[in-house]
Design a protein around this ligand. Sequence first.
Ligand code: SF4
Length: 208
Amino acid sequence: MKSKLINISDFEPEQQINSIDSKIVASLERISQAFRVLLWQESKEFTLSPIQIQVLIFLLHHSPEKRKVSYLADEFNLTKATISDSVKILEEKRFITKEYDANDSRSYMIHLTKKGKDIAAKAGFFTKEIRQPIINLNQDNKENLLLSLLGVISHLNQAGVITVQRMCKSCAYYRPSVNGQTHFCNLLNQPLRDIDLRIDCPEHQLKI
Ligand code: SF4
């Protein structure tokens, strides 16, 4: 039954009418379109491309070892050449500076300038219209939504669709919930309720 349903496009109207699964997939697609539209609006304001805006926001919120071309390429599922082009433009506009590795002249860490930080901080609010209806959900619905989305992201990561992720479920310190008990973080040495599960944890250590 499952495989029969999966052979029908989620965008086929008849399928969408009869399948809640397809309605959810189509809804996620609409939301992804909203992200694209909002990002475009933001990028037009600063005459930057959407990926350049995303790189600036990422640089503002992540530690120096993540602020490298190869890490950014994995993060955004783009080639290093594409990221390098974006970094070049950001440098020309004086939004970032490069700090070259003393042992490898091809490798560098990227730092935001004051101007870059200001733009990144402002652009980081491009999601506010998406957050508004989420704020209005009740707590149970928020928790269910969060857990469901974490499950979808986890699957996409395992299927190789998206590469980098810093969620509890892929972390070496994570101990899953067993028999209805809470999850546990071995680094923080504390239980994690469903709402404590992180999606972008600075202490994340990839499970090998
Ligand atoms: S270190 Fe962070 S990502 Fe890892 S289990 Fe603890 S809270 Fe989750």
